[in-house]
Design a protein around this ligand. Structure first.
Ligand SMILES: Cc1ncc(COP(=O)(O)O)c(C=O)c1O
Length: 456
């Protein structure tokens, strides 16, 4: 359990029991503030996953480069050598005739998306967030986009409605495939296409086991396909069936993932079989149909035995901490957050606590205040950093607290101005920063990338 600073202050002020976080005194009666003696075991963060992290000398060099550049605020940086290796691994893992589709949500920077597109040779994108669609189409003129979720029809309408006067809506519509996840949505999109006077390219979203969205009854497919046969306002573009659940099978093993993949593939195939029936030949023979699935934790599985011809992967380029390692051990962590240390307290105190109780709560560790903190991420460097007892803002309360506090083992050499590094759980941590710093050859580059959608 974890308690945020304000609730903690309130409960202390109300004189309630102080043993709020991870207490383990062996004493059945919680100790009240002001009492002497050890209160709590210091909290322990989950350890970083077992990945190929750079060593201490790497982070020390980045720290020196940040200092030399006069940077004193939190940064996110990506290691371009690792990014290159990850892109190359993904491209090798999604080989022809499969297409690689770059996921915008997980790489939220136009500069980075453009870099990945250039290195991978793919101009196919999956866009999850509609507000980013227009800037992406604008910045990447060759981009062909598959929208990654079935948005409300009102949101699709407002996307088209927000284009500047004189925009060729038909040209935009020809570059984007929207999704329909049920017959009602399809009817709405047919009506919208009529109102806009454009042909909308639409793929049908399938639920292949994630149980989040998409058709979950093959019986619904034929009536939807008939709508495409009878309407020229919409053009059938294929299927999207995301497999986001399979790497998280409850067995926690590669074998469990294989089974989940096979089950998802069987479901996918059952829809493709309906499309391939005699009634829908005119649709099944359309050129360039997209049969999309996959993601960063599963992309290498789509080589044979699948109807899928288009595989998405985004976050894998940066390999954040949350992807299970079953089939993507090749991908290396390439995104880190760094934040400067403000103060170091060899004998840290907690508000309202006596010196003895504070010492008990910190367990002999140093208190270290930093800029920000709270990011959903693993402590990566220096070794042994942990959240502070009681006063750490959990990430579901504040992702960028003003001055977070962490702790370090008593023998860790750490001083104001030093840097603490995190490995984010998700690559979309980029959203919280204005600029993305770049490291190449272990050195900070002067060039940076703009975090999306800001453009300077
Ligand atoms: C539809 C869809 N496809 C693929 C992905 C995979 O993205 P990533 O490779 O960044 O995990 C996602 C992630 O949210 C998704 O929603």
């Amino acid at each position: 359990m974890s308690v945020d600073r304000r609730s903690f202050m309130k409960s202390v002020a109300a004189g309630s029991a102080a043993c709020l976080v991870g207490c383990n005194t062996g004493d059945p009666e919680p100790t009240r503030p002001g009492d002497e003696g050890a209160l709590c075991e210091p909290p322990v963060a989950p350890p970083p996953p077992d990945l190929d992290y750079p060593g201490a000398s790497y982070f020390d060099q980045v720290s020196r480069d940040l200092d030399a550049a006069g940077i004193g605020t939190p940064v996110v940086f990506i290691d371009m050598d690792r990014v290159d290796a990850n892109i190359d691994a993904i491209v090798r893992g999604i080989s022809a005739p499969l297409s690689y589709r770059i996921v915008e949500k997980s790489l939220p920077s136009l500069d980075l998306l453009s870099y990945v597109s250039e290195r991978s040779g793919s101009d196919k994108f999956m866009v999850l967030h509609l507000p980013f669609l227009a800037p992406l189409l604008d910045a990447l003129p060759n981009a062909q986009v598959l929208i990654g979720k079935s948005h409300l029809t009102s949101a699709v309408e407002s996307f088209f409605g927000s284009q500047p006067a004189g925009t060729d809506l038909a040209a935009i519509a020809s570059r984007v495939t929207f999704l329909a996840d049920n017959p009602t949505r399809l009817d709405e999109l047919v009506a919208l296409a009529g109102r806009l006077g454009v042909t909308l390219k639409l793929a049908i979203e399938l639920d292949v086991g994630l149980a989040r969205s998409g058709l979950n009854d093959p019986g619904l497919l034929a009536p939807m396909l008939r709508v495409f046969l009878s309407s020229s306002a919409v053009e059938f573009a294929g299927f999207l069936g995301y497999d986001g659940h399979i790497a998280h099978s409850p067995t926690g093993t590669g074998a469990g993932m294989d089974l989940a993949w096979s089950a998802a593939t069987e479901v996918y195939q059952s829809y493709v079989d309906i499309l391939n029936g005699p009634e829908f030949e005119a649709l099944a023979s359309l050129p360039d149909l997209i049969f999309n699935s996959g993601g960063s934790s599963s992309y290498p599985m789509y080589s044979t035995g699948t109807p899928v011809n288009d595989v998405a992967a985004g976050g894998g380029v940066l390999r954040p901490g949350s992807y299970p390692n079953h089939v993507i051990a090749e991908l290396q962590p390439a995104i880190f957050i760094g934040t400067p240390v403000f103060r170091v307290y060899p004998e840290p105190r907690l508000p309202f606590f006596t010196a003895a109780n504070s010492a008990g709560a910190f367990g002999g560790r140093k208190g270290v205040t930093i800029a920000g903190g709270g990011w959903p991420a693993y402590f990566t460097h220096p070794p042994g950093i942990q959240p502070a007892p009681l006063v750490s803002d959990p990430t579901d309360h504040s992702m960028v607290p003003n001055q977070g506090m962490v702790t370090a083992p008593a023998d860790t050499p750490i001083n104001p101005g030093d840097w603490i590094y995190y490995h984010p759980r998700q690559s979309d941590a980029l959203f919280q920063f204005e600029r993305i710093m770049l490291v190449r050859g272990g050195r900070l580059e002067t060039e940076t990338m703009a975090a999306y959608p800001r453009r300077y």
